[in-house]
Design a protein around this ligand. Sequence first.
Ligand code: ZN
Ligand code: ZN
Ligand code: FE
Length: 759
Amino acid sequence: MNQRIIARQFHVNGIVQGVGFRPFVYQLAQRHGLAGQVANTSAGVTIAVEGPAEAVAAFERDLPVQAPPLAVITAIQAQAIAPEGLQRFDIATSQAQALRATLVSPDVGVCADCLAELFDPADRRHRYPFINCTNCGPRYTIIEDVPYDRPKTSMRRFVMCRRCQAEYDDPANRRFHAQPNACPVCGPQVAFWDPQGFPVDTPDPIGHAADLLKNGAVLAIKGLGGFHLAVDATNPEAVARLRSRKLREEKPLALMAADLEQVKAFACFAEAEQALLLSVQRPIVLLAKRYPNPIAGAVAPANPYFGVMLPYTPLHCLLLDPGFTALVMTSANRSDEPICIANAEALERLAGIADGFLVHDRDIYLRSDDSIVRHLEGGQRFVRRSRGYVPVPVFLSKALPSVLACGAELKNTVCLTRGNQAFVSQHIGDLENLAALDFFQMTVAHLQRILDIQPQLVACDLHPDYLGTVWARQQGRLPVIGVQHHHAHMAACMGEHHLPGPVIGLCLDGTGLGSDGAIWGGEVLVGDFAGFERAGHLAYTPLPGGAAAIKQPWRMGLSHLMATFGQGWADLDLPLRQQVGAEPLAFVARMVQKQVNCPPTSSLGRLFDAVAAVCGLRQTVSFEGQAAMELEMVADRGEMRPYGFQIDAGTGVYRILPQTIVASVVHDLVAGTPVAKVSARFHATVIAAFGDVAARVGRDRGLNTVVLSGGSLQNAILLTGLTRFLRARGLAVYSHTQVPCNDGGLSLGQVLVAAAAKA
Ligand code: ZN
Ligand code: ZN
Ligand code: FE
């Protein structure tokens, strides 16, 4: 037997801090009888072991395989070092190093071990709302800098008591180096405040909050990445009160239910959805409604889905414990401003909205909204990627120069690259107000700091008025590259799937400034990261009033009717005429005729708006895409026969003529065909027309790879239909599973295009 003593050093990169990695290494070394040391560094984790050669080899073999569940190892570099005659294995204190290649862990939902303790009357943390361990708890939202150690987090002001410190120091303990470790004696505390911010004297603030919720109160509740506004979801008056106070008239509200049993009372889910609900990221999962159900109708009107999440902090578990079917838990903000995170800020900004505040004294350093996912066409699809997922990077096929991308105007995210890692930020929101711009700037600075990235290049959208673009142009330090919106969509999907191109990019969305100054959105592109050609698109139609048309779908309805029927539109017996009224219609008709403030658009999102308006479903909306969504929701999926369509290839670019489609829609409606059928046939036509153009482009150019991107692909019928249509024609089809297909994923594409432009 070989008793030769050797020593080896390992540098481990990936998500290896704050996930119980050092205790794991300690225990693994113990098991193999090895001496040495493990240390967190800014570059990851460094391990030195020494002992018999066979034991060292066994350690090296087990290291990647047996790593703890939350760890993500991206690289291990091993090298021989000289043995020093060490006798024991130690865990060293952290050291900052020049290179900060480590990955920061996202926030993690409360684990089963902690939950068991939470509800165990004999445990010293019985009902303590901040219980956590190395396998769960807050991370990204409490970190100010790396390496991830308590003094660099918002836990720094809580000095651990003797018993907590003993756990923290014991390598065999589940709380060994758990940075947010705390207990009722030494840790953060909850409090209940009245609307003026005066503490309410109660021994049980969470129980007090639950009682008020049962009586219909609207409460602000401090969570992990920000405040929620909560009401009892089964109380229609409470839900109505929340909606009217929050000025959020129609967007669906998210629900939180105690467990899967409760969810079954109001929603349907299969195995894939159940796995998403139970995952440590604890996202909001879109689930089909169960009918009848006890949830107030105003939670998600005109929508067959509920957004549902399970509790992810111990505080949530305690709040839901007294038997709610579900609570509405919606981001605490007024309309479209960023979510509140600080107690004083919440008190001020939620004045007049909340009847009380359940707060605590552990600061949230960086806000992070709840993520929203659904299971569709064989994969997880992000509607919003935020808490629980950020800052896990998208791993690219090759290293890039460091780029900062500023994202889009709506559903903004930013992205930073380091080597082959692309860090897409949490959801920042719509960059339409100063509060959102502040959040944008803070996120850019924070991500640069904790990831230690000094970008060499800034990427932004072509649209000169987007606040992200304005910021990029004004920073004045780094070169700026403008990236066409749909090229970025295409690149994002290519990057996610490691496709070098050229590919066919089917980019379908609401709005993006085109290279020709028109507003694009129904695009068939061909290209790679370095460039693209526009091979096909929806033919142009005037967009009356620009942005006003987004809020009032009837404007686009009228524009398409005029493009199809000319003056004859006025003789059509359509519900839109009564719903909108003669005067506004005449006004906008003149705008279109005179081409005043009517930029041309090829937007598919706007065609959906137009058809929804012509069908009489909705003439005004409270959020972008609402009409299109409702058109999808009413579709009778048994009726998927397409109408005829026309493609003009005269100029060498395939143009899908919307007039033919609109004429068929109107013909059906006038004949009394139910809207459910018309919607289904319209969807089928869009699938057939764009699928046909993509297939023709593939034949013309000898390409057989298609990427699907853009916000319109949140439409389940379109995503499924186009994927199947194109696969049936022998094309390889790729769609997003790591970032949203909507503008939330745009920053990823921007970094890739900018990096290619620089190369
Ligand atoms: Zn735990
Ligand atoms: Zn303690
Ligand atoms: Fe877009």
